[in-house]
Ligand binder design. Structure first.
Ligand code: NAI
Ligand code: MG
Length: 463
């Protein structure tokens, strides 16, 4: 049955080519629960071919002869093509990861802005002239590393890949993208535009397949000089240690268990919207999800009641429909993982306020949906408060005062993001510096920008 599905090809040396194994991975549509296309199951052999092409492009192709402004022009060309094709690319992302079309289309357009930002930066990478204590002229210059690999997860494939390749290309490197085996199609579609944008042969390559095959081969390959990885902390740790064998540069963007902290003096209407968007956007499948909601005890019951009221009206269903608020989760293992964590929370004694299981609403059909879930009576030591669920599951934890909130917020192995809801500027500024989080939002949530650094404390990553 799967044989009749559209088959994708690898993109190596600026051509769509057959892969060595002839094996395919079926890519599923989370809304129907059915496969919709076939992705090449790449091997070590395919990976080596891509790395050799990227190395050749870096050393002797047209690419190193371009000046920095010309590199910038190519990035701008790609940005323009992405903008023109944002609906088509967004639609492919939705078919593969089930997120809302509105968000995926906006992400493609935003990815074009990221490219433009780095296009403008290409001819502004300056070194320095350094005062010398010798009789010498001393200066520094930045040089590209060579072949860089981008290992990308399934939650937001295009924007995540672009966040990695845009700076690498701007600085003159060549790249290999390894998409997630669950969501490879949109990145392969994007390669059609790379060809049109005029990039020289071999500058951007894509090898699809499993992490243990293609991913591991990139990590081990001696010609790959830098790895940029987004995904689970567990896989990130394994990559970090394996990459040490060949002394690679490594950037890791890993998990989170971010606190969203609501004080009694907050604008509660806004805080409720921020809490809901923080956890239910993308069905909770984002590294920055505000999965721990810390609420001051004095307003706890009222806030939970209003949150419940608001969350209950969320519509679920077809992610292409603009009226849908919450779409399916991206893959079956993820669905099972979320449901397992819901069971764990119940066993640990958390109280289910809403949701707490698989969604069986008629509009969810055979898709992989989880009911938006709120747990109260959560203790910060419970697994539901400490481990990344990556689903629409919110743990509400009460706190007494500022000091208590800070202690709970920081008492976790992750440190990617945090939200603060307060009208007190002194408190906002003070806590922003005391929270162990790469990004702290005040009276907003989940706003990221290419103009701003993004990273985390502790097990949320490095670089
Ligand atoms: P993962 O971290 O295993 O996979 C991410 C990427 O790494 C994929 O492209 C995968 O093929 C690749 N990969 C896997 N093993 C590899 C290896 N040994 N060497 C090189 N590359 C390898 O994530 P997975 O299994 O898809 O999802 C598991 C959990 O990870 C999720 O339930 C979620 O909690 C978390 N996750 C977090 C993300 C984030 O943005 N922080 C994104 C995706 C998943
Ligand atoms: Mg899929």
């Amino acid at each position: 049955m799967t044989n009749s599905l559209p088959k994708y090809k690898l993109y190596i040396d600026s051509e769509f080519i057959e892969h060595a194994s002839k094996e395919y991975i079926a890519s599923d549509n989370p809304f129907t629960g059915q496969p919709w296309c076939l992705i090449p199951q790449g091997t070590i052999e395919d990976t080596d071919r891509a790395v050799q092409a990227a190395q050749k492009a870096f050393k002797s192709g047209e690419w190193p002869r371009l000046n920095a402004s010309q590199r910038g022009e190519l990035l701008n060309n790609l940005a323009n093509l992405m903008q023109q094709n944002a609906s088509e690319l967004g639609e492919v992302e939705v078919r593969d990861n089930g997120k809302l079309f509105i968000e995926m289309k906006a992400q493609v357009i935003y990815a074009a802005s990221i490219l433009r930002y780095y296009a403008g930066l290409a001819d502004k990478i300056e070194g320095a002239v350094i005062p010398s204590d010798k009789d010498a002229l001393i200066y520094t210059r930045y040089e590209p590393l060579g072949v860089c690999a981008a290992i990308v997860p399934w939650n937001s494939p295009i924007i995540c890949a672009v966040f990695k390749i845009a700076p690498a290309l701007s600085a003159g490197n060549t790249v290999i993208i390894k998409p997630s085996e669950y969501t490879s199609a949109s990145i392969l579609e994007l390669m059609k535009l790379v060809g049109k944008a005029g990039f020289p042969k071999g500058v951007i390559n894509v090898v699809t397949g499993f992490g243990k095959d293609v991913g591991a081969a990139l990590v081990a390959h001696p010609l790959v000089k830098k790895l940029s990885f987004t995904g689970s902390s567990q896989t990130g740790a394994a990559i970090y240690s394996d990459a040490a064998k060949s002394i690679k540069h490594v950037g890791l963007e890993l998990g989170g268990k971010s606190p969203n902290i609501v004080f009694e003096d907050a604008n509660l209407d806004n805080a409720i919207k921020g809490a809901v968007a923080g956890i239910y956007a993308a069905s909770g499948q984002t590294c920055i999800a505000g999965s721990r909601l810390l609420v001051q005890s004095s307003i706890h019951d009222e806030f939970v009641e209003r949150l419940k009221e608001f969350a209950q009206h969320a519509t679920m269903g077809d992610p292409m429909d603009i009226k849908t608020n919450i779409g399916p989760v991206t893959n079956q293992p993820q669905l099972e993982k979320i449901l397992r964590y819901i069971d764990i929370a119940k066993e640990e004694g958390a109280k289910t306020v809403i949701g707490g299981g698989k969604a069986t609403r008629p509009e969810c059909g055979c898709g992989w949906f989880v009911e938006p879930t709120i747990f109260t009576e959560v203790d910060n030591n419970m697994r539901i408060a400490q481990e990344e669920v990556f689903g629409p599951v919110l743990s509400v934890i009460p706190f007494k005062d500022e000091e208590n909130a800070l202690k709970i917020a920081n008492d976790v192995e992750f440190g990617l993001a945090a939200g603060l809801w307060t009208e007190n500027i002194r408190r906002a500024v003070k806590l922003s510096s005391q929270l162990e989080a790469g990004t702290v939002w005040v009276n907003t949530y989940r706003a990221i920008s290419y103009t701003t650094p993004f990273g985390g404390y502790k097990k949320s990553g490095i670089g």
